[in-house]
Design a protein around this ligand. Sequence first.
Ligand code: GRF
Length: 193
Amino acid sequence: MLTVAVLISGTGSNLRALLEAARLPDFPARIVVVGADRDAEGLAHAEEFGIPSFTVPFRAYDDREAWGEELGRRLDGWSPDLIVLSGLMRLLPGSLVARYSPRIVNTHPAYLPEFPGAHGVRDALAAGVEQTGASVIVVDDGIDSGPILAQERIPVMPDDTEETLHERIKPVERRLLIDVVRRIATGELALTH
Ligand code: GRF
């Protein structure tokens, strides 16, 4: 049974989808812990599903390295087989990525390598493209630059706002993420650097 740690910063709707999938008896992975870099709304989903959680507030540390060290210590306590970044709005320090790579995957609300970074949805809208997408990638020490595990195109509507477009992207992200976690757990999908 693949053990998974999920890291979040926000509402955790993608986390919730993963928690619901992992509750199904035939799902070959289970979420063992949820971590956050702040007092994220999404931690409430972990509590509802009876999953342990922890918070390592980024602001409580002098720098990214110190934050990453504590985050790594907390994760090591659970020694997860896989770490899923699901709306974590922080770059992990290279030292942490190096320790867990390639067993860290991330969801991104764009069709990478298009529109990497923290504002993929906003950037796609600003670019006036007719379609964007959702991607699941292996986390490397770049910004959304790791190997692409799954992605799918999503149309941009003329009257889209960042919110309406993001809400159309998230369900696709969730479906791709759940499928990627399932395929990693069954060994069908091998993680490479
Ligand atoms: C997702 O679109 C994720 O890809 C992006 O932030 C969003 C998080 O949404 N990094 P939620 O917190 O899962 O609702």
